[in-house]
Design a protein around this ligand. Sequence first.
Ligand code: SF4
Ligand code: SF4
Length: 350
Amino acid sequence: MFHTFKKIKKAIFSKTCDADLDPDFLNRCLDDPQVLVEITSRCNFACTYCSSSFKERKKVDMSLELFEHIVGQLPEITKKAVRLHIDGEPTVHPEFYTMARLVNEHGLPVALASNGSLLDPRFLDLDMDLVITLSTSAEEFSERHRKLDFGHYVDRVVDYVKKWTQKETTQSLTIQIIFDNNERNNQAYTSAKEEFLKSFARRSNLSGIPSIEKGPSRIFTKSPREHLEFSRQYLATRGLYPEKGKRKPCEPVESGFCDSPWKRLAILADGRVSYCCIDLSGGTVFTEPGEILSTGIKELWLNHPRIRQVRDNFLSQSITDEVCKTCLSAAPGNRRCVGFKTGRHDSGAG
Ligand code: SF4
Ligand code: SF4
């Protein structure tokens, strides 16, 4: 699942290279990682800024049986909201609602990033923080889906938001408005987005007027947890991210650091386990197929020889996997350092 340029930029702090590159701090992170369970690697969109459509991995749905095996172990691994996506659009899974409910029944909230095309008002029952990535014009939308009618797509999201305003729910919504980095200073471009947002808010019965001109806009608050926020989503085009459906050439780097192997436990739809939330290729997988059925997930996460090796290598600025060499080539500066925030959750975008 796609991460925003802004989020990646935010994630790259030199602080991580200094104070946080302390093995004791990193080892404490192992006790409460962000867990991602990719319930499907299929997507009903083909956004030109995402490598999902490159199909570097088989597109499959996770079975409910495997999901149940995983979800029962989650409370002993994390206290954070569980993300149900890495690659793919989670709501295309026919059992999405059941799976999300199961997470809640195990005492954990869900964090979901979605393209919004299949939202169903019954999802409002879920304890879930939802990020919807929204296009604001038919032309922009055609870069994500060639056949789906833009008007119908927006209607669906409007309907969901309208019902959210009417219903008792614990859900918070974030609507990320796709924003072309090259148009940052183009007033006409920004004004068109603002006009779209005004119309969207009016049709959704929102009580305020959103604006993304100066930054994130939180316009409707039912309680501290139930809020709706509009923000900009700048698109990344380097490292692992393509531009207009093609990867930008880059020179992989040989040294660098990333704290994801301490903070991100990612389970792919086929049950293999990885240490990254932005690698859609499977290049950061550290278990064999089926290992998840014979060994506890916490044990795999803490002690699998391969991930221990990856961590040791990163601590000496050495990069184990090719995909990380490509990814870190996009990190600014000479230190090639990526650090992830350690909040309640950290959603990507659909
Ligand atoms: S360096 Fe590797 S683990 Fe870190 S974000 Fe990039 S691909 Fe993921
Ligand atoms: S960004 Fe999300 S919605 Fe778009 S192709 Fe990738 S996975 Fe699908």
